[in-house]
Design a protein around this ligand. Structure first.
Ligand SMILES: [Zn+2]
Length: 422
């Protein structure tokens, strides 16, 4: 039986706050696009036509509406599961948890994870084969999509199994200090993943090879030498087998550090532009941004696990949602459900940290190549090629954007170039 007490009221309030914040931001963003979507931003004058603006508006509208719909569905499902008493019902059908703590914990989380994965499939299918195709991006075949799904399934079963097994064992054998040991295991796992992802996991899904184009390869070697970095750290990836979107990113840690350029990006940019993009990624490399992000996450998860260790022995947390009394491993889930919605308020903090790194990486371009205009040109092309929204509402961008809005970035790069010229 669900109890309508103070904690339930708190949960529903937090849930409603999170729902309203996300809903209003989406609404503001879509309305802003409707009102201003046909205006050409200053820095794009003469570079972008009305036809492209219409395409951008349609793509942004389609993806944001579908994202909002999926979010709404997830919210309703969460409420139905928590208020419908599905969790105590599931636990009652599993082996007695006091006698089989680890096994029952694995089954409980395994079933929930599997169910949520299966529910996500139709959304992913629609996004991949309807929306992305409609706007000319989707190139993935159903066969490759199924292969990705199966590989992802096996991979998450193995990785989640290991992590959950470790967490449940620590909770069982070290009931007082489990939170610290779990943090240590999770942090080590996260570090290991960042280290191993580029060499062990990413190659399961894509082919990574040295830059093929000879002229570009020479330019890359020269730039890397100038920055004092290992040249073998630049790869091209066969992204075009899934979609026409273009991108580049920096990943890995220590010896596995690397810069990855999508083959689609290489195909649509000039050598000068790619060198500028590469210089931006080198900026992330030199700024140790992956390490800083890891440390930030490790600090945040230590605080969260410490809080959780106090929560999971609180009987009210369980009785509110229909359990007879504390079931430690479920406490983590219930704690996340009750207090998690409030963490949306930390989203802007995380986003602004990421945007800070992007500004720093952009600043590295001028330092390394002596020019910022090619990066500005590259960003314009990226905007066109990916139908990027040129008119995000400033609150929406402040809240969610991991990269500064394109028009803002380009304007700042132009400012730098202008200062150099004068
Ligand atoms: Zn970046």
């Amino acid at each position: 039986m669900i109890h309508w007490n103070g904690l339930m009221f708190f949960f529903l309030t937090a849930f409603a706050v999170s729902f309203l914040v996300r809903g209003s931001l989406s609404f503001l963003n879509i309305r802003h696009l409707r009102l201003h979507g046909s205006e050409i931003p200053e820095v794009f004058r003469g570079e972008i036509d009305e036809e492209t603006l219409v395409k951008i508006s349609r793509y942004t509208r389609d993806t944001s509406r579908f994202g909002a719909l999926e979010g709404l569905f997830d919210d309703l499902l969460t409420l139905a599961v928590l208020l419908g008493g599905l969790l105590p019902w599931l636990l009652a059908r599993l082996p007695d948890w006091e006698g089989h703590f680890i096994l029952t914990g694995l089954l409980f989380f395994g079933i929930l994870t599997l169910a949520s994965g299966l529910i996500g499939i139709p959304f992913d299918l629609y996004r991949t084969f309807v929306i992305e195709r409609r706007h000319g991006f989707g190139t993935i075949t159903l066969r490759l999509w199924v292969m990705d799904l199966l590989k992802g399934f096996v991979l998450s079963a193995v990785l989640l199994g290991i992590l959950l097994g470790a967490f449940l064992s620590l909770l069982f054998y070290a009931p007082r200090s489990w939170w610290f040991w779990t943090w240590l295991v999770f942090a080590a796992f996260q570090g290991l993943m960042v280290l191993l992802y580029p060499v062990l996991i990413a190659p399961l899904f894509n082919k990574y090879e040295p830059i093929r184009d000879e002229g570009l390869r020479e330019a890359v070697v020269a730039l890397m030498a100038k920055a004092g970095l290992r040249t073998e750290g630049v790869y091209q990836m066969d992204a075009g087998k899934r979609s026409r979107h273009t991108n580049a990113y920096f990943t890995g840690f220590g010896k596995t550090k690397r810069i990855v350029l999508f083959d689609t990006l290489i195909a649509s940019h000039t050598t000068e532009e790619i060198v500028a993009i590469l210089a931006h990624e080198i900026g992330h490399w030199q700024g140790r941004h992956v390490l800083k992000m890891l440390l930030f996450m490790a600090a945040a998860s230590l605080a969260l696990l410490w809080l959780a260790s106090h929560l999971i022995s609180w009987p009210l947390l369980y009785t509110t949602f229909g359990f007879a009394g504390p079931v430690p491993f479920i406490g983590l889930l219930l704690g996340a459900a009750v207090f998690g919605p409030l963490f949306i308020l930390f989203t802007p903090l995380f986003s602004s940290l990421q945007r800070r790194f992007e500004w720093q990486a952009d600043a590295a371009v001028g330092r390394l190549t002596g020019r910022t205009a090619p990066l500005a040109e590259a960003l314009k092309r990226i905007a066109r090629d990916n139908l990027a929204n040129l008119h995000p509402h400033h609150l929406y961008a402040w809240f969610y954007y991991s990269h500064p809005p394109l028009a803002e970035r380009i304007a700042r790069l132009k400012g730098r170039e202008g200062k150099k010229g004068s």
